[in-house]
Design a protein around this ligand. Structure first.
Ligand SMILES: Nc1ncnc2c1ncn2[C@@H]1O[C@H](COP(=O)(O)OP(=O)(O)OP(=O)(O)O)[C@@H](O)[C@H]1O
Ligand code: SF4
Ligand SMILES: [Mg+2]
Length: 444
């Protein structure tokens, strides 16, 4: 009896010795990662190329771990998928499967020092500022032009710049009212990029809509203050009047009826749906190419949810951008996404077009998810529930992570974690039941 008790204890508790070892290992690993981040990273180390030119983001074997007191949490454990430009990609999976950590890795917002991108790449096609030999941005100046809009040249063939009252060249303004700088399109690896360079991308090129607008908005500042702050931070050289104009324009764009009135209000004076609209307005302020929406409708009721989804769809068309939509709600994905990525325990287990995933789900987990979705045309006493639990992210098994819950498991599944099988050109699955180009006949 005593023996069983002590064995149980062993299972559930970490001994003092183990705890010391974990702490020692954590501090060593964290020190190494932080040291890497602090050193001067040259552009050659993070400028790269896309595997497929049609994509705007490519996650490639991304590993993001948390070094916790209980051990290493492999929150994202080898994630590979891409977001084609102009499309909406839905990322689905149950709670804790690593959806948010994947998106936080893309924004370089993983909670450091315990959270670290350990390996892999996140390639992103970005419009970056061109820098001179001193590392400064290169402004575009206003020039004297003739009535046809052509530059007037002096006798040496040089452009003539407009000067302000102090005799200084005037920087041209861009479409947002900020200073115009010379730009170049570069593919960067966000996983290896220094924090300062990432600041040029975050908010300007990629913006994020968080799950809970009440906690994301600051309760002591007006909506106007919060919108203006983002504008001032990311649109360099914008005037006070222009920034307010832009904020109100964005509130109008997200369907707020009295934008001037809402501009002066505090978050607590708005409903949940209105607050989420404000969050979307903040995200759109700098014309991002990619919007990451992490459970944007989870805190809202169904009618408001439908309105927010309509709004996101409408806006995507207007800004000509892409959306990475994270949710555990299959209904939301079915309505919005062109492509679907299904995650389970830190890995992508299936991906394909929305039709592939909804009409022909292959992985037993995806099939289970579909079965557990309530439908109006079916009468059932009880809703289907996938049996069992997600494995502990600290001690992942060395076989298929879904095996202990799988109702379609075969003897082959005893092997190591299954690799990807390209079932059709658009549809990929990590499961032993399938082989390249087709399903195995006996599993029909
Ligand atoms: N700061 C942290 N420290 C330790 N572990 C963390 C931390 N943040 C996330 N994790 C762990 O990483 C794993 C993935 O978490 P993540 O937040 O990405 O899940 P999710 O798929 O977004 O879930 P949900 O649908 O509930 O939002 C979970 O096991 C979680 O406990
Ligand atoms: S590999 Fe086997 S255990 Fe894993 S999901 Fe497929 S059938 Fe189930
Ligand atoms: Mg999440």
């Amino acid at each position: 009896m005593a023996d069983i008790k002590s064995q149980d204890k062993k299972k559930h508790y970490i001994s003092r010795k183990e705890s010391r070892e974990i702490a020692k290992n954590n501090s060593r690993q964290i020190r190494n990662f932080e040291k890497q981040k602090k050193r001067k990273i040259r552009p050659e180390e993070y400028i790269t190329e896309m595997k497929d030119e049609r994509n705007i983001v490519e996650f490639d074997d991304l590993h993001t771990f948390f070094f916790s007191d209980a051990g290493t949490v492999k929150a994202v454990n080898g994630v590979t998928f891409s977001v084609p430009a102009g499309s909406t990609v839905g990322v689905v999976g149950e709670s804790g499967c690593g959806k948010s950590v994947t998106s936080l890795s893309l924004m370089q917002l993983v909670q450091a020092p315990s959270g670290q991108i350990v390996s892999g790449s996140i390639r992103f096609r970005a419009d970056m500022f061109k820098l001179d030999s001193h590392g400064n941005k290169i402004p575009v100046y206003e020039t004297e032009v003739d009535e046809n809009g052509n530059d007037i040249l002096d006798e040496n063939g040089n452009k003539q710049f407009k000067l302000d009252s102090r005799g200084k060249k005037i920087i041209k303004k861009n479409e947002l009212g900020g200073n115009m700088y010379e730009m170049e399109t570069q593919v960067v690896d966000i996983a290896k990029m220094p924090t300062e360079a990432m600041r040029m991308i975050r908010g300007r090129e990629i913006s994020m809509i968080f799950q809970e607008p009440m906690t994301s908005l600051n309760p002591v500042f007006t909506i106007g203050n919060q919108l203006d702050e983002v504008g001032r931070l990311h649109i360099e050289g914008i005037s006070k009047e222009k920034v307010k104009e832009r904020s109100i324009e964005m509130l109008k764009l997200v369907g707020i009826a009295d934008p001037e009135g809402v501009y002066k209000k505090f978050p607590h004076q708005l409903s949940g749906g209105m607050r989420q609209r404000v969050m979307i307005a903040i995200a759109l302020l700098c014309n991002p190419k990619l919007i990451v929406a992490d459970e944007p409708t989870t805190a809202l009721d169904v009618t408001i949810q439908a309105q927010i989804l309509d709004l996101l769809r409408e806006i995507k068309g207007k800004i000509n951008g892409s959306i990475m939509l994270i949710t555990h709600d299959l209904g939301v994905v079915a309505e919005m996404a062109d492509y679907v990525v299904v995650m389970y325990a830190g890995k992508v287990i299936e991906m394909g077009t929305a039709e592939d995933i909804f009409d022909r789900p292959l992985h037993p987990y995806t099939i289970g998810l579909q079965k557990s979705k309530p439908t109006v045309d079916q009468v059932a006493d009880e809703l289907y529930c996938i049996p069992g639990f997600v494995p502990n992210p600290i001690n992942m098994p060395n076989y298929c992570y879904f095996r202990d819950r799988c109702e379609m498991c075969t003897e082959k599944c005893a092997g190591e974690y299954p690799g990807y099988v390209q079932v059709t050109p658009t549809h990929k699955v990590a499961c032993y039941l399938y082989k390249e180009g087709a399903k195995e006949e006996n599993n029909g």
